[in-house]
Design a protein around this ligand. Structure first.
Ligand code: ZN
Length: 103
């Protein structure tokens, strides 16, 4: 048996911080991005922020019509397990409801 691990679901595409991430890390990154965005919006205003960064929605990462900064994997590169995007999508919806934030 291989060691238990959180499967890698994709590569987060950011020129400063490109890395392989898990579902948990994806949620964290969206959350961090949006806290920074909200702070910037309050501090610098809408026009400034729209040119600088985007507000991200977790659900967009599960929508194949959207272009997102995540290279989504079909299989975990470590264990070869299939990434069940439809299952993760449901988890994401539950998580967003639970944290009651606008993700
Ligand atoms: Zn894995």
């Amino acid at each position: 048996m291989s060691e238990e691990h959180e499967c890698i679901i994709g590569e987060w595409l950011n020129y400063e911080d490109a890395k392989l991430i898990t579902f948990k890390e994806l949620k964290q990154k969206v959350k961090e991005n949006n806290s920074t965005f909200d702070y910037g919006l309050k501090t610098y205003g809408e026009d400034f922020m729209n040119g600088l960064m985007q507000q991200l929605k977790l659900k967009d990462y599960f929508d194949n019509r959207k272009n997102v900064n995540l290279n989504k994997f079909k299989y975990c590169p470590y264990c070869g397990k299939e990434i069940k995007w439809n299952v993760l999508k449901k988890e994401a919806v539950r998580w967003v409801k639970k944290v009651k934030e606008n993700y």
